[in-house]
Design a binder for this molecule. Structure first.
Ligand SMILES: [Zn+2]
Length: 172
């Protein structure tokens, strides 16, 4: 069920048998498997909106005032801001940022991005954090061809080494 939500097409579900994490196929790039070796080659940073364009995460502020600085290397001040910036990274197909903000203990060795999957909107339902741990519950609307749906996840974050990391998520 968890994987079906991330992978709406049955044939993709069948192809996912070796995947360990539902986030691996959240967004799309180029129709094939993109490894981090390819990411390091330079095309993984994705596109960028104009600085004054509305941020893709739906915060209501501009990209330059919201997720832009984090995608450019700034640390996210809270788990919610990290969650938002990761959603934006999926929208912009920035696989390198997704890997860089994924805790080394749980992140996949490779990240596959699906070219047909578009993310249509993010809604933060709940966010809570102390100094070391954070949880962000969200809904993200997706569309792929004629299919559309909503991903509902509670993501866990951990603060280590003076920064927040995405740890894992539970889909409901
Ligand atoms: Zn944003």
């Amino acid at each position: 069920m968890l994987r079906r939500l991330w992978m709406p097409h049955p044939e993709r579900t069948a192809r996912r048998t070796s995947d360990r994490d539902p986030m691996r196929r959240l967004c799309a790039e180029g129709g094939g498997v993109m490894t981090f070796g390819q990411a390091a080659a330079g095309s993984s940073r994705g596109s960028r909106p104009a600085p004054d364009a509305p941020c893709p995460c739906g915060s209501g502020t501009s990209f330059a005032q919201c997720c832009g600085p984090m995608l450019a290397g700034a640390s996210a001040p809270t788990p919610e801001r990290l969650m938002r910036s990761r959603y934006t990274a999926f929208c912009l197909r920035d696989a390198a940022y997704l890997r860089d903000t994924w805790h080394p203990g749980t992140r996949p060795e490779t990240l596959e991005l699906d070219p047909g999957l578009a993310w249509m909107g993010l809604e933060i339902i709940d966010a809570d954090a102390d100094e070391r741990r954070g949880v962000v519950e969200f809904r993200a609307r997706w569309r792929e061809g004629a299919d559309a749906g909503v991903l509902h996840e509670r993501s866990r974050f951990v603060h280590q080494g003076d920064r927040w990391w995405y740890l894992d998520g539970q889909v409901s």
